[in-house]
Design a protein around this ligand. Structure first.
Ligand SMILES: Cc1cc2nc3c(=O)[nH]c(=O)nc-3n(C[C@H](O)[C@H](O)[C@H](O)COP(=O)(O)OP(=O)(O)OC[C@H]3O[C@@H](n4cnc5c(N)ncnc54)[C@H](O)[C@@H]3O)c2cc1C
Length: 477
């Protein structure tokens, strides 16, 4: 049980920087090696999306390292989804019936810079840039880097190596290519990719559309979303198939067809985006995928964390939150294992995997929900009912979305299991006309007693479904 103290972290992204900060706070000597230049000094994009939705699981991690007060000023609260139809009509659907539950738009660059600044305040943490990890000898705890500035090859030995190097992880590649143990790996791409665009601030520097919402233009097989930035702009993301449908990334090849597509599908967005064509042809189109692999660790030598272990599609806004939660969960296990890294890694992976698998599946479900179901009247009716439950009986009901996004003390797996059962219960009851005597009469017409009766029915039906699921599971074991 020798205590290993020299830690090497590959990647100073969101997860690697947070992990460095936490391990530094716990007294470990931490060296972080990042492939890209220092984003605090060089004007580069922080990679992937420009801004992200930060919610309660991520905020819990900020509390763990004591920087929630510094994160708050970087956040723009988004209380709900602002849905835009083709005619430009808008409809705000709150994320929760509890007014204190909302998600936050935050700049990836600002948050990463803050985490790096905080980590570097600790004497025991150093971060080096322009060092690209080529491979990891996980038997001998040595990682090989290429220094982009000097072109030198550097070998670094550490007691423990963490791969926080994102969806294309070099540590994960070494596990896979070396074939020294049974390593399972899957990567599933969606047929859709994404492209980032922008709504610039108004001439006076204000927001051109409603600031405190995540805007969505759902169009069935594709969609546009927009999240606000502190400077008054919005980062807009188009999710579209590469090759299916009348308009797709493969055939949007000239300014006229791009403008025609937006005129037809997103006319109100186009009005706010005179810069559309420039953005469209300057910015890359990138793929979206889910990565699952196991095991995440090799003996007590190396461990994958964050997207390197479990990259997911962005439709629940949970990839970063889950990666931050990795650090919270790892921290818990680390305390109780007192220096036995192999046991620590094993215990961590055993308890964590079911939750990261669950959020991967939920994120795929939400792809369909956001681009399609949010515009569906039955779905909207269900959301309104859930909102009424949350508003009127805040301690008795949480929707699946609320459990995933705002209940940081229950795991993703539990949130998924209970949330899916609730969804099924409500949708079955709507289909059977069991909830409303008349189909069109929504919860607005109900008295508090009637709403309470409906909630009771939903809870009983949910418990029935959960019991059936438990039975089916035991029969398959
Ligand atoms: C379009 C889009 C929108 C998203 N929106 C959200 C959202 O709203 N909310 C949310 O919670 N999540 C969101 N995510 C997911 C989120 O971006 C990731 O889950 C998160 O970035 C994972 O953090 P990470 O540190 O594990 O990986 P990364 O952020 O990818 O960081 C990895 C770091 O390692 C470095 N690196 C990579 N390879 C090497 C190497 N060989 N050597 C050295 N360094 C290396 C990289 O340069 C990078 O700095 C979104 C993702 C996408 C693509």
């Amino acid at each position: 049980m020798a205590k290993k103290e020299n830690i090497l972290i590959i990647g100073a992204g969101l997860c690697g920087s947070l992990l460095a900060l936490r391990l530094g706070q716990l007294g470990y000597a931490v060296r972080v090696m990042e492939m890209r230049p220092d984003l605090r000094k060089v004007d580069i994009s922080a990679g992937r999306s420009i801004n992200l939705a930060l919610s309660d699981r991520g905020i819990k991690a900020m509390r763990l390292v004591g920087i929630q007060d510094k994160v708050e000023p970087l956040c723009i609260p988004m209380n709900g989804r602002m849905i835009h139809d083709k005619e430009g009509n808008t409809f705000l659907s709150n994320y929760s019936g509890r007014s204190y539950e909302y998600i936050n738009s935050i700049s990836r660059g600002d948050l990463t810079a803050l985490l790096m600044d905080e980590a570097e305040l600790l004497e025991s943490v150093t971060i080096e840039f322009n060092k690209n990890c080529k491979k990891v000898d996980f038997e001998n705890n040595t990682a090989t880097f290429k220094d982009y500035k000097t072109q030198e090859e550097i070998k670094i030995k550490a007691d423990v190596i963490f791969g926080a190097d994102g969806a294309g992880s070099a540590l994960r590649k070494s596990y896979y290519l070396e074939k020294k143990f049974l390593f399972s790996f899957s990567q599933n791409y969606l047929t859709h990719g994404y492209k980032e665009l922008s709504i610039l601030p108004s001439e006076k520097g204000g927001f051109k559309t409603y600031k405190n919402a995540l805007h969505i233009w759902p169009r069935g097989n594709f969609m546009l979303i927009a999240l606000p930035n502190l400077d008054g702009s919005f980062t807009v993301t188009l999710f579209l198939s590469y090759d299916e449908g009348q308009y797709n990334f493969n055939n949007l090849k000239n300014p006229d067809i791009v403008t025609e597509f937006f005129q037809k599908e997103f006319p109100d967005a186009l009005e706010l985006m005179p810069n559309l064509v420039d953005d469209f042809f300057e910015n890359p189109t990138s793929p979206l995928g889910t990565v699952k692999c196991s095991p995440w660790h090799y003996k007590g030598n190396t461990l994958l964390v964050g997207d390197a272990a479990h990259a997911i599609v962005p439709f629940y806004g949970q990839g970063m939150n889950a990666s931050f939660e990795d650090v919270v969960e790892f921290d818990k296990v680390l305390k109780s294992h007192k220096g036995n890294w192999e046991e620590t890694f094993k215990t961590y992976e055993k308890s964590r995997r079911k939750d990261t698998d669950a959020i991967a599946d939920l994120a795929i479900d939400n792809f369909f929900e956001m681009r399609d179901h949010v515009a569906n009247p039955i779905f909207q009716g269900k959301r309104k009912l859930e909102m009424a439950f949350e508003q009127t009986f805040p301690n008795e009901y949480s929707s699946k979305y609320s459990m995933v996004t705002f209940n940081e003390d229950i795991g993703y797996h539990e949130a998924m299991t209970r949330g899916r059962a609730q969804d099924k219960a409500i949708l079955n009851m709507i289909a059977d006309n069991d909830i409303w005597t008349a189909r069109d009469s929504y919860w607005e017409d109900m008295t508090k007693e009637e709403l309470k009766e409906t909630l009771k029915k939903v809870i009983i039906e949910t418990e029935k479904i959960l019991e059936e699921d438990r039975l089916a599971k035991t029969m398959h074991q």
